[in-house]
Design a protein around this ligand. Sequence first.
Ligand SMILES: Nc1ncnc2c1ncn2[C@@H]1O[C@H](COP(=O)(O)OP(=O)(O)OP(=O)(O)O)[C@@H](O)[C@H]1O
Ligand SMILES: [Mg+2]
Length: 553
Amino acid sequence: MKEGLYRTLKRKIITLTLVMSLTPLLILGAVLYYQFESAGREMTREQIRYRAQAQAEAVDLFLKERTAILNAMADTHDFAQMIDEKNLARIFEVMNSRAGAFVDLGIIDSRGAHRAYIGPYDLRGRNYLDQSWFNEVMIKGHYKSDVYMGFRQQPHFIIAVRRHENQQAWILRATIDPNRFEEIVRSAQIGRTGDAYLVNREGFLQTRPRFEGDVLGQTAIDTRQFGGRVTVIELEDAAGTERFYAGSWLNDNKWLLIINQQPLELMSRLFALRQMEIFIITLGVLGIVATTIFTTRLTINRLRKSDREMIELNAQLVQSDKLAALGKMAAGVAHEINNPLAVILQKTGWMEDLLEEEGLKQSANIAEFRQSIAKIEQHVERARKVVHNMLGYARKMEPRLEDVDVNSTIDQTITILENHARINNIDIQVDLAETVPIIAGDQAQLQQVFLNLFTNAIDAIGSNGTIEVASWRSDDHIVVTIKDDGPGLSEDMMRKIFDPFFTTKDPGKGTGLGLWVSHNIIAKMGGGIHVKNNPDKGAVFTVEIPIVIPEKK
Ligand SMILES: Nc1ncnc2c1ncn2[C@@H]1O[C@H](COP(=O)(O)OP(=O)(O)OP(=O)(O)O)[C@@H](O)[C@H]1O
Ligand SMILES: [Mg+2]
């Protein structure tokens, strides 16, 4: 019944504590968990956005430098100088030493004829009149091609500038080393999954990507998705893996630099952190659960113990209340019975005397009369003993105060009983404190207590056994224990043992008042008597007598 209450209480405390402490932790954990993910994605986006922009600027710069040097050469030389291949070779050398990455250099006249050429392919004499780039450079004055195969059947691109001289136009044209260019573009790729390449407006590759496709191949990328300067979009690649694509248009708005990356790769450190977070939170949760269960258990056990103690204390209080009330009533009853008993005894004496008279002596029933009178006397005597005990206690409600030595009181009691014990082959072992303080009390009453306890022990043992008596001082009490190796007490007896008239002895043998009186005497002194069973055998009575120092006379 009570156990159920403790269980409910325990469950409630544990649930409440866990809910209150785990909820914020778990919410925090969940927020962090998702925050990691979104922060990670955001970081990745920013990172590749920045890279795309920076790399587009770098590529632009590369192209601008090449165009600038081409312009400078065209500005400082005239057509005649240019078509002299010795000069052109020198110019080519200067250009490569200043900027590098030029594969070849050529001069084309206004009719599209390749007039002079320095480079690995023999392009001299080729005519470009019908090529669209030729028209464009003639009109706009400068030109950068897309990558194309051209006469040399190699992917490459060119930059070209036009000059006028004596109403005649000529074009200085250079091919950029596709490998060098690709290197520059590729330097923007990051990690295991990063890629960087250029596409034109139609989505044709201008440099070789790291993973899929080749120069001039068509990509699946719709370049219209990339507006403004830098745009980041999320797409699935051919393998179905999510990738971030950052696209940044170069200055001429013809080429789009694309950097792509699996976000998971860049976020791997964040994922490790998140793993750590989960670990720490799990540890925290386990810690909280364990501590909560442990402390709740501890608390409930304490509560259970103190409840039990309170119940015991209550029972003791009820018991001593009961004993006190019984005591008052018994004393009253005893007093009332004493007088009739005296009268009965007096009358039986008188009847005894009468039986001695001659006439009655002749009676045939004289023997039976005598027997009956003796029985009456015997029973009245027994009744008187009971009453005497009860009155003895009642009368001595206010004990006399004298100097009492507890140890010598015990010794005297033993002396009285020694013979009785020896006859029954009972050994009394004495282990008294060397000195105990002299206290103020009523020695006769105290002796009555010890006498009761010893007699009970002897009665319990019957014959052949040991009684051990010990005394010591504990703080402000003198403690005396009387231990026997008799049969001990049942639970039921333990409860009733101090009740008046509780006895297991044969009628006429015990009144059942001994322990009741003893208990009252000690209680009056401010102490207590307790009984326990020995772990091995028999009972042990413990008497605690408060030390009351006698007043100086
Ligand atoms: N040391 C003991 N071992 C076992 N039982 C005991 C012991 N002391 C007391 N008892 C039990 O307690 C009962 C009550 O004891 P109590 O001294 O109050 O009365 P009594 O001994 O029966 O009678 P009286 O003391 O008047 O002779 C006893 O009858 C006995 O059953
Ligand atoms: Mg007794």
